[in-house]
Design a protein around this ligand. Structure first.
Ligand SMILES: [Zn+2]
Length: 265
């Protein structure tokens, strides 16, 4: 990220057992969560040194914020978050809540087969085991569509979940719906089925081309119970391997549902 901010090391940085620890000269502050876990080991007893090392765990929140002005699919129900409040019964404080109205495919969301297939599975029928686990982010910049030829060059060894980072991710910032978004074509979708992937994600609101009537990629995946994760914002995420956590709202019988999605490494 170009807007990363470097902040100096805090001199009083201490590890879990209270020792002062020279973690790093400086830390990089990303617009994501960063946890630094420190571990200590007893060093060589003769020189009584201690080996202190730090392991950084990055948690990338790849979920787009849900707001009344976020880009939504043309024709989908608008997002309506209405703040409400009432006074507590003993009149000592105000109780805030929010009335929420929106489509089930708003923002970052998961598509279940029933989204497009009459007798397709609903979202609650899938095990969370598909939505949590190793995932690979492949970067596919500078293309209008992702085709088989764009995919063949990647290493697909043991890739079960794949997320595509395209030029779409840069289009979340302006708040407008972006019609020219990058999509996966039918040949690309068939290639992923051949590779045995179980979940496919993309960084805009549909995996198919805008105004596609046939929705080929949706059908290729959903008829095989391969889940589709749409509306990711992968701007801050470098290509590579992560642990994915994609947890949809537990809507009964859902055709899809908004999800909080994070990538951890
Ligand atoms: Zn979809």
């Amino acid at each position: 990220m170009t807007n990363e901010k470097r902040i100096p090391l805090v001199a009083e940085e201490r590890n879990e057992i209270g020792e002062q620890v020279p973690l790093a000269r400086e830390r990089v502050k990303l617009p994501q969560f960063q946890f630094i876990h420190t571990f200590c080991e007893q060093g060589n007893a003769r020189d009584s040194t201690r080996l202190v090392y730090a392991v950084k765990i990055m948690i990338y929140d790849v979920t787009v914020p849900i707001t009344n002005t976020m880009p939504i699919w043309p024709g989908d129900p608008p997002v309506e978050l209405v703040p409400m409040s009432h006074e507590s019964r003993n009149k000592t404080h105000i109780v805030n809540l929010t009335a929420i109205a929106m489509g089930s495919h708003t923002g970052t969301h998961i598509d279940a087969p029933f989204h497009m297939i009459k007798s397709g599975k609903r979202l609650h029928e899938f095990s969370l085991e598909i939505l949590v686990g190793k995932a690979t982010v492949f970067e596919v910049p500078g293309v209008r569509s992702i085709r088989r030829a764009d995919l063949e060059g990647f290493d697909w060894t043991s890739v079960e979940r794949v997320l595509f980072k395209t030029d779409n991710s840069a289009h979340w910032w302006d708040g407008k719906f972006y019609e020219e978004f990058v999509y996966l074509d039918a040949g690309g979708a068939e290639f992923l089925v051949e590779r045995g992937v179980r979940l496919v994600g993309i960084d805009y609101l549909s995996i198919d081309k805008f105004r596609s009537d046939a929705h080929p990629a949706h059908f290729i995946f959903l008829t095989k119970n391969i889940l589709i994760l749409e509306g990711l914002n992968l701007s801050a995420v470098p290509g590579g391997q992560y642990t994915l956590y994609a947890l949809p709202l537990k809507l009964e019988d859902a055709d899809g549902a908004p999800a909080r999605v994070i990538l951890v490494n």
